[in-house]
Design a protein around this ligand. Structure first.
Ligand code: DC
Length: 225
């Protein structure tokens, strides 16, 4: 069974996806990390971020893998071509590079195929931008998670401070979120949008645990059908 969680940057998708997966005993797939890993490798290799063909070849050639830390069923480590990039893909430089990379149709084609192969292997909570619309259009439950721009920026700053990665500056983080939203929503291939049959959650001012419990309740209902 697939639970799709889509939405803009900083809406709380990762927190919700991991918690829902843990509660339901599902695996979890962070598709944003896959686009980030390809962007990281492209920067390392000096590939032009507008070179669709070279980026697509890179996405096909390099193996992306997820790893667990001992005792934690939810994967938190990311590897590309055998190199760990868990922290390296969360820098402000990759926040910027990932927009053009994720807009490249050849990259999307390669990564969507990988995501479908992974998800078909079991019960997954899959988070991204196009999961309910393109990757798993038949997902048993589709959630579109949103929050106001200000709340998303505050959350992202807190997350960066906790991880000691990326920018701690609210204005810079807000500007980057808005730039990425615009990019993700306006691109020609698989733009960010809610699937027609998605349940829309606005998490602004809500306890995230409440949102997690509601999603789990909906998922359990659908599992019984
Ligand atoms: O969720 P995130 O912020 O880590 O995602 C990084 C970038 O990848 C984001 O700018 C949008 C893009 N992305 C995408 O285009 N499609 C997905 N399924 C997941 C992420």
């Amino acid at each position: 069974m697939i639970i799709a969680i889509d939405g803009p940057s900083g809406a709380g998708k990762s927190t919700v996806a991991k918690a829902v997966a843990k509660k339901l005993g599902f695996s979890c797939l962070d598709t944003g990390a896959m686009y980030r890993a390809v962007a990281w490798q492209a920067v390392q290799d000096g590939i032009g971020l507008d070179d669709n063909e070279a980026l697509g070849a890179l996405a096909l050639a390099k193996d992306i893998a997820f790893g667990h830390t001992a005792g934690d069923p939810i994967p938190k480590r990311v590897f590309i071509g055998g190199i760990e990039v868990t922290d390296a893909i969360r820098t402000a430089a990759i926040d910027k590079a990932v927009s053009p990379v994720s807009a490249a149709p050849a990259v999307r084609e390669a990564l969507v195929a990988q995501q479908q192969r992974i998800g078909e292997a079991g019960d997954y909570v899959v988070e991204g931008r196009d999961i309910g619309t393109v990757v798993f259009p038949d997902a048993a439950l589709k959630v579109f998670l949103t929050a106001t721009d200000e709340e998303r920026a505050h959350r992202r700053v807190r997350q960066n401070v906790d991880r000691s990665i990326g920018s701690f500056d609210y204005d810079e983080v807000l500007a980057d979120l808005l730039r990425r939203d615009e990019h993700d929503s306006a691109r020609a291939t698989s733009p960010l949008c809610a699937a027609a049959d998605a349940v829309v959650f606005d998490s602004t001012g809500r306890y995230i645990e409440e949102v997690i419990d509601e999603i789990c309740a909906m998922a359990r209902e659908r599992m019984q059908k």
